[in-house]
Structures are given as C-alpha cells and as structure tokens.
Design a protein around this ligand. Structure first.
Ligand SMILES: [Mg+2]
Ligand SMILES: [Zn+2]
Length: 190
C-alpha cells in the first residue's frame, strides 16, 4: 500500500469523506492515467470539495493503481500525478488529509485492492476516526463493496454513464460529484 499523509493530526471528532480518484476526481482512462498530462480534473471537483470541507468533512483519497504493479505506470510519474492533484487542490484552498493507493495486480490477492476494505481500514487506523459515519464516493461496484465491507456509506457518481445504469441498487447514485456532496454531505437541519 502506498500511503501519503497530508495531516498528521488524528481526526477523532471529524467526519470523513473517502473519494475514489479515477472517474470521480479526474477522467478515467482505459489505458490508465500514466502521467500528469493525462490527468484531467472534472470541473465540479473544486466546488464540490469546498462544500464538503465547509460541512466539516476531511477528505481522503483511496485508489486502486494496478498500473503500477503491471509496470504500465512509472512510480515517479505516479507520485508526480499525486502531487499535481494535491497542489491543484491546495491552490484552491482544499487540503487533503491523506491518500492511500493500492499498487498491486488483482492476482496478487492483496488486502488493499478494492473491493477489499484494506485502505479504508488503514486510514481509520492512521487518523483515528470511525468508519461507520464515513462516506465513500466512488464510480464502480468495487468502490461500493469496499465501503460496505468497511461499514461506510457507499455513494456512486457515474457522470456520463449514469443514464446506462441499472437503477435497482439500493445505494444513492448521482450524475456528478457536486450532486453527491450536496445531497449526502449537507447536515440536515433539525
Ligand atoms: Mg474509479
Ligand atoms: Zn493492494
């Protein structure tokens, strides 16, 4: 597991929003996001993450990056993409608490590759927060499964795929990250 810690403080009282990276924060690619030039941020990410922050959520990225284990993504380029994202968000006043990445290939049967909940469990351990009560926004069934195994609330953002999706699942599905955050992360006034 590759772990980057943005905030050294335990989070205890704070709420956590887990975010998948490819397909949620930036456009996914069938041939992997291999270098900074291939990293394309979705336009709603900055306002959506600002809103989540304003609602008291800490942000943690959890992402499968098997392209590393497959030898397709160079490790230096992988970290360049990571810091490009971190700095892009920072310039907009958004600070990530952490990022956890699984570099393994599926056949390695590691415990971190989603749908396994290893990265979520590890994050909860590092930052001392409780997984039930946390939200995980992803774009694949494997993200939902990892969330369920970790007892987090699964939320799907499908963007342009939303029209083609079987809507019989019982977790929430949104067309954009902004919609997901606006509906899932806003404290309901009581
Ligand atoms: Mg994804
Ligand atoms: Zn792994």
């Amino acid at each position: 597991m590759l772990i980057w810690i943005g905030s050294p403080k335990p989070l205890r009282a704070e709420k956590v929003l887990f975010l998948d990276r490819d397909g949620v924060i930036n456009r996914d690619r069938a041939d992997y996001v291999k270098k900074v030039e291939e990293f394309c941020l979705f336009p709603d990410v900055i306002p959506a993450l600002r809103l989540a922050k304003k609602q008291g959520y800490s942000l943690i990225v959890v992402s499968n990056q098997s392209g590393i284990g497959r030898g397709i993504i160079n490790i230096g380029n992988f970290w360049r993409i990571h810091f490009f994202l971190v700095q892009l968000l920072q310039k907009n006043g958004i600070f990530l608490t952490g990022a956890l990445y699984c570099p393994h290939r599926p056949e390695q049967n590691c415990r971190c590759r989603k749908p396994e909940p290893g990265m979520l469990v590890r994050a909860a351990d590092i930052f001392s927060f409780s997984l039930p009560g946390s939200i995980f926004i992803g774009d694949r069934k494997t993200d939902v499964e990892a969330a369920q195994k970790a007892e987090c609330r699964p939320v799907l953002v499908l963007r342009e795929k939303v029209a083609y999706f079987d809507s019989t699942y019982e977790y929430p599905i949104y067309e954009s990250l902004m919609d997901a955050v606006a509906n899932e992360c806003i404290r309901k006034e009581t």
